[in-house]
Design a protein around this ligand. Sequence first.
Ligand code: GLN
Length: 453
Amino acid sequence: LTVTDLVGASYKRISEVDSKVKAFLTLDEERAFNEAGALDAKLQTGEERGLLFGLPAGIKDNISTEGLRTTCASQFLKNFTPVYDATVAKKLKAAQAVTIGKLNMDEFAMGGSNENSSFFPTHNPWNLDYVPGGSSGGSAAAVAAGEVYFSLGSDTGGSIRQPAAYCGVVGLKPTYGLVSRFGLVAFASSLDQIGPITKNVEDSAYVLQSIAGYDEMDSTSAKVDIPDYLSALTGDVKGLRIGVPKEYLGQGIDPKVKESVLSALKVLEGLGAVWEEVSLPHTDYAVATYYLLASSEASSNLARFDGVRYGERADADNLIELYHKSRSQGFGTEVKRRIMLGTYALSSGYYDAYYLKAQKVRTLIKQDFDQVFANYDVIIGPTAPTPAFKLGEQVDDPLTMYLNDIVTIPVSLAGVPAVSVPCGFADGLPVGLQIIGKAFDEATVLRVAHAFE
Ligand code: GLN
């Protein structure tokens, strides 16, 4: 088997299913086969192979790839080709993975269903009438449909974990600061993290091993030792202490999802772990806190799209008109909604009441986690309150859409790592189990996920 064979198999699968799944925004066959050829030549030399040698990978389209169009699924960037690689893209090359193409998402990662892509929505491979989740919906669907071996997504409030749950694959959001954000188009800089979406937990460990680590190009990158994640997959969870927040299995959680989570806990119990009910008392405030903070940061980050520096430029007679027209035409409805909300929350007179207050509540939410982690190794609950919903079902109802992230958002606000692993089905659609760990304890999160899987 050669790398060219692997890449050929990936493109063959894409040609068979992607007209239905619609996971990809950009494919570059020539480039992929060139990379494959170069790796095949290395096979002959007996040189040591990278950790991801020859594996066909997809990359979410908000991650900068040199010479490969990067759109954030926005009309603003529909013709934008970066001149540099994000650190993670460089690291995938160093690990010798082959980039197959760029994956669909909600515009600028704002959304939870892929329906905010300004091109077209991706479909859930398990049932094409359903959403794949979002915002990394293309990344999850491409793996679930077997179009690539693994993919990278980004998670600000659930965008890796929720689509992974909806598509029945494994999605890991690392601790904030573990994986470099350099070259990730910023949505909410204090929350954004890049992570792997894979078929199983072992693959997740391989990809994380390849992309984690300090990067001087990201001022929030953490200087921590990177453990050997693969050797953490021992299968042993004897004596492990699991906290199960009562807020994560209460109101708003589909009874079938709850049932799947409880049976997953039984499996872990059978392996020698113990679980107890705990409380994260500020959970109810997490969604409001997140939408204030994430939108505030987004309104500031997206100021750079002015029609001058990046992407599309509208015809205009003067500078103000240039900004106005470029931004009016370039951004979709949800992005505009967030920019307006964020600008409002940051404006003088409202800053203290909204932005500052939300920052304080964020601290309380983080303290909830600290308190539980003083006595427990991991926290377990569902990844999302329901399985995937039908395309079109929630598009006109942003508030309902926001509530899909009720159990992923608190984790993002606390900055801690979490993985979603498949734990069953409800009405023929996959359900995800969320395993949350202490900061920089991805090893334990992966160990538990692997033992359960
Ligand atoms: N669905 C959430 C939102 O719309 C999370 C998005 C994300 O994690 N990028 O903001």
